[in-house]
Design a binder for this molecule. Structure first.
Ligand code: EPU
Length: 417
């Protein structure tokens, strides 16, 4: 097991280039199953979750090769094989195998997904979508069985605008007979990225990025080449780190439009921001104002940045209230930050954060974004060495995190426990 060691107190300076989006990558890789020929994905992040997904496709008989940030997937010899255990259990997003296999083979058998368990994460909306398309879905001995004689287009209203359910329904409906309409669809940029790939493969999907998505099913999809959008959560994490250390950092290879909620909150706190075409410069200040943050679905403030934001808000003067309206109890980072001297209390779905100086401590990441929050907290500590355990969670979502922070002047290194 590895841990991260951080000697903080150094303002970050320089440029960091953001890799492709994890939450797109882990939907685009399974989407490739729907094609009959080679799909090439560019700008892929180097992450353990991506490697696990490549293993899943290889286990099914696909040929997968990877060079740097490019992955070639030839799904032509893929077979419908049950996947009750193994790699699928390691990954939350293995649920996309349901939509992809259903679309291609009209059947799938897959173990219930693993991944970051910061709170119960139901998949009822995914299942409701598959059933509406004509599939029978049963849950036996911890595995989900999906089967359809034929997939038929349908009108599906999502009770919650779930990212996963929206993508999963698009995957299955892309090769169904007739039209599917998803109402109250999620609008996150990763949904548009998946629709763009599917359309390049020959699918007919309109309205991705709005709350109504229309899919005209086609009988066959072909290979293509696609470049993944930049990771807005990774970008936001570096923006927060730059502000928290009172540094001056250019975050490069981003789509500034995707960062609007983040940028607006930093400006409100008093951080200086310069927006360029494909980059954002964040210049930290000595004093920050306390602010209230509400994590919502896109284009609201992203839930995936609420834990890192908690660390920044410990650096503000006064009391901030951070509420998460996507996940009601995503606060496992709070007791760890408290070990570092943070004054935070959780009330319902809100964390109430009083500005305070943090001190070095031994803490543990319990999920990916909690891990990012602890690293940022460690970077602000002026004396001593902060130890962050649970690095395997952080490596699931941050491409080259240690190298990137070192390049920006941080004193951070890995040690084996
Ligand atoms: N929900 C349901 N039923 C469902 C699906 C979701 O009630 O069938 C609820 C969830 O419990 C949650 C809300 O709907 O309260 C939103 O969940 P969503 O389905 O949108 O989340 P997800 O698709 O499981 C993705 C990202 C998460 C990110 C959320 C929200 C992937 C693999 N994961 O999860 O990313 O937090 O969208 O934006 O794309 C992360 O990167 O750290 C991460 C957890």
């Amino acid at each position: 097991m590895e841990k991260l060691m951080i000697t903080g107190g150094r303002p970050l300076h320089g440029t960091v280039s953001i890799s492709g989006a994890k939450n797109s990558a882990i939907a685009l890789i399974p989407a490739a199953i729907l094609a009959e020929s080679e799909v090439i994905l560019d700008n892929l992040p180097i992450l353990s979750d991506v490697a696990v997904y490549a293993e899943i496709l290889e286990d099914l008989g696909a040929s997968v090769s990877r060079e740097g940030s490019q992955m070639k997937i030839d799904p032509s010899s893929i077979k419908s094989i049950p996947m009750p255990n193994g790699s699928v259990k390691k990954l939350r997003a293995s649920y996309y195998m349901m939509g992809a296999m259903l679309g291609r083979f009209k059947e799938a058998m897959i173990g219930l997904p693993g991944g970051c368990n910061f709170e119960p994460r139901p998949i009822d909306q995914h299942i409701k979508g598959f059933e509406a398309l004509g599939a029978t879905v049963t849950n036996e001995h911890g595995s989900i069985y999906l089967h359809a004689k034929e997939l038929r287009g349908a009108k599906i209203y999502l009770d919650v605008s779930s990212v996963g359910a929206t993508i999963n329904i698009m995957l299955a409906a892309a090769r169904a007979k007739g039209s599917t309409i998803i109402e109250n669809a999620a609008k996150e940029p990763e949904i548009i990225d998946v629709a763009t790939l599917l359309n390049s493969m020959g699918a007919v999907i309109k309205g991705a990025g709005t709350e109504t998505i229309r899919i005209e099913g086609v009988s066959e999809l072909h290979g293509c080449r696609h470049s993944i959008i930049p990771d807005r959560i990774q970008a936001g994490t570096y923006m927060i780190a730059a502000a928290a250390t009172r540094g001056d950092v250019l975050i490069d290879n981003v789509i500034p439009k995707h960062m609007e909620a983040m940028t607006a909150k930093l400006l409100e706190m008093g951080v200086h921001i310069e927006e360029l075409d494909e980059s954002i410069r964040v210049v930290g200040q000595r004093n920050y104002e306390a602010v209230d943050v509400k994590a919502l679905v896109y284009p609201g403030f992203p839930t995936d940045l609420q834990s890192p934001m908690t660390s920044l808000l410990t650096q503000a003067e006064g009391v901030s209230v951070l509420s998460d309206f996507v996940y009601s109890s995503r606060f496992k980072h709070v007791p760890e930050l408290a070990r570092m001297g943070a004054k935070i209390r959780v009330e319902g779905r809100s964390a109430i954060i009083e500005g305070s100086k943090l001190n070095a401590a031994k803490v543990k990441a319990t999920d990916l974004r909690a891990g990012a929050a602890l690293v940022i907290a460690g970077l602000t500590v002026e004396e001593g060495v902060t130890e962050v355990g649970g690095v395997e969670f952080i490596d699931r979502g941050y491409d080259n995190i240690v190298e990137n922070f070192r390049h920006l002047g941080a004193e951070i290194w890995r040690e084996t426990e």
